[in-house]
Design a protein around this ligand. Sequence first.
Ligand SMILES: NC(=O)c1ccc[n+]([C@@H]2O[C@H](COP(=O)([O-])OP(=O)(O)OC[C@H]3O[C@@H](n4cnc5c(N)ncnc54)[C@H](OP(=O)(O)O)[C@@H]3O)[C@@H](O)[C@H]2O)c1
Length: 334
Amino acid sequence: MKAIVFHAHGPLENMRLEEFPDPAVGPEEILVRVRAVSLNGFDPMILRGIPGLKTPLPMIPGADFAGDIVSVGSAVDASKWRPGDRVTAMPYIPRVGMMGETLRGGAAELVAVRQSQLIRMPDKVSYVEAAALPTAYGTALRMMVSRGQVKAGETVLILGATGGVGTCCVQLAKMLGAEVVACASSAAKAEKLKSIGADHVIDTSKQDFVAETIRLYGKPKHWGGGGVDVIVNYSGGDSWAQSFRALKRHGRLLICGATAGYDPKTDLRYIWSFEFTIIGSNGWEMADQVQLLDMVADRRIRPIIHSERPLAEIRHSMQELIDRTVFGKAVLIP
Ligand SMILES: NC(=O)c1ccc[n+]([C@@H]2O[C@H](COP(=O)([O-])OP(=O)(O)OC[C@H]3O[C@@H](n4cnc5c(N)ncnc54)[C@H](OP(=O)(O)O)[C@@H]3O)[C@@H](O)[C@H]2O)c1
């Protein structure tokens, strides 16, 4: 089969489309012909190499994909899964690893997955839409709903709202009845955030997100009032401590990552004096992914697709992620 492969960590040039052996299919496994695979913010990080994460090489990237069953292993329930079925998969296998990180991913013509990972696609959901959902939208759903419990009437500030996780957070917050302030690093992306439902947008290339939030809601006071109820901050870095100045007393800070740095300088005084709750969120459940597919089938949310390119153009899509010119999800078609 043809697959995107990197044999060593490093720059984008290390990632190539090449001939690679078809995956071996074990008795509990299913061979899927990939029709669409999407990229995530962590794909360039994994290619470069993440300290503390051991990626076995050669690696095929791509956690999130959708396609058709080609064949099933001897121990697979053949009454449930048949060649031709439209499927997607949970890329994370508990206690084993994550596809594209420690297990080979779906940026290839074929991929083998365990029966326990497979999810049937509703007819009304396209391959591109299903491939866009798992990691970004799954993580957003868990962070905003199960962990963050965002409610109607709350005000929610979302930093880095233009990416995969962010565009889903905007839509979920609106669906839950919250008022959304969404941040982007360019005027063009800020305008697009309005088109997916954001009530207010902040262009961080020109505006200070703390000053703008205070302009909208007032300065947070120790006795209550001012600021927003919830801040979604997976950017980290300098924005981490700055966020504290825009959060209301008893506010919640939701975090699932640290794109701009995991060890920022911080100011602990805000946490106790404003009685903040910091809520971490990691991954998602298979049930979240099934729920998201139903939400897309009913058009309650829509995956925001930045681009659909041939698999061979993966470097172009990865470069756009690095350059922060992506709005939503970059999808590749084998
Ligand atoms: N814990 C989990 O289970 C889990 C799962 C998925 C993702 N994550 C994490 O969640 C975060 C978002 O993931 P994603 O896939 O949505 O990424 P993404 O598509 O790259 O989006 C991230 C957004 O953050 C902004 N950004 C990019 N680089 C930045 C930088 N150096 N400094 C500040 N802002 C930057 C960009 O928006 P602007 O340019 O418009 O600001 C970008 O659109 C990442 O940190 C990722 O590792 C965690």
